[in-house]
Design a protein around this ligand. Sequence first.
Ligand code: CO
Length: 504
Amino acid sequence: MNSDYEKYKDLLVRLADVQYAATVLNWDQETYMPPKGATHRAQQISTLSGMAHELSTSAGLGEILEKLTLDLTLSEKEKRNVRQSLKNFKTSKKYSTAFVEKMSLCISEAFQAWQKAKAGNNFALYAPSLEKLVGLRREECELLGYTGHPYDALLDQYEPGALTADLTILFADVRSQLVDFVKGIAAMPQNEDAFLHKHYDKQKQWDFGIGLLKQMGYDFEAGRQDLSSHPFTTSFGPLDVRVTTRVSESNLEEMVWSCIHEGGHALYEQGLPASEYGLPSGEYISLGIHESQSRLWENNVGREFAYWKYNFPKLQAFFPESLKGQTAESFFKAINTVRPSLIRTGADELTYHFHILIRFEIEKALIEGSIEVKDLPAIWNDKYKEYLGIDVPTDSEGVLQDIHWSHGSFGYFPTYSLGSFYAAQFYSKALEQIPQLENEIEKGNLKPLHDWLKEKVYRHGKFYSAEELCIQISGEKLNFKYFMSYAQKKYNRLYKFQSETSSV
Ligand code: CO
């Protein structure tokens, strides 16, 4: 037993304990905390975050990491853990207390200003604090350092190793291939989907959703589902991974696909090795890979015909009135309607990526300083016209719609698209490697897919980088062609429609 490595593990476990304790408080805040609890809760979370920062930058940890870096007796996994922890340690050390405090103050100002600006449809109320926030993030890029584009430094916090240059090429593919494909679909007669907005009893929806989670293999002995205003997944370690959903009586889709989406995130967290608690080898790889796990279930599985061939009769038994006269086929068509829209969170799985493309282009330009905050509404509206062909009636429904920038999150949005693209690439391999996968799904048997994901993704923790994992699974780096061929296959079938890009 290497005693230095054991000491290192102890330190990381203590750090994880403090971080997960803060996560429990956060979860409670979003689910059950009474309104008056907010003030002390903010203080409690802030105290724990401060303790976590002290532990993660302690001299003791630094010394032991430097020592272990030179230790040739470590296994490959141990070496990678040490390397990853040293990277985290060095990054944390770059932030002065003064900078962290300035940033957190600026974020709370910007968040309040954003709420007011959105409610009153008045971008000018938000512009000054957003400008300050962008300035601080630009400062942060210099602080952290980068070799290519300053935006790389921000991307790395969410998607380690991702480069602006690579994303620029990826989104150029999205633009050149997906824009025309979607225009072609939009010109086709639309499928009937109004019945999805009939009345659906809340309790029945809840019960149906729990059934979907069980079917996926979500372990209720190591998790639970609750309600929250925005669905999310949170983990206190792989043996306690919780999901939330929201249920709207007039929108069946909201509950169904938030259950499947968060369920996909949760399966990943529940599948991480519990024996590696607190260590990089026990953590998820990146937000893009995390999102690939939710979207693979949500879209590649949960919006396919095979899945509903099995589940639609069950759904219909829950809601015989509202689904009267519908079939698995008509349901499959309804849930795959493509319609350019204003709001990202309500977008279909194809036009969604234009929303992300727009945010990526704007963030990159803001961070490099080629555009200014005051011009954002006009830039935003021009891009919505160009990529989605729609006019933005108000800034509240336009540039003010997302919470992310007011939280200071720049570099986060691209991980959503990366998630879908990784999902398509991984799923194409699952279809090749799992015998009769679609037949099993048609029978309601999702275990072969869950087992495949455990084997290929979950159990490795952060041993591989996103790129390494992708090569390991599919033999090549992330390639947009997988998403396009998935989309073409599905929508050709739905619309019996051949686009010009079908040669891809
Ligand atoms: Co997600």
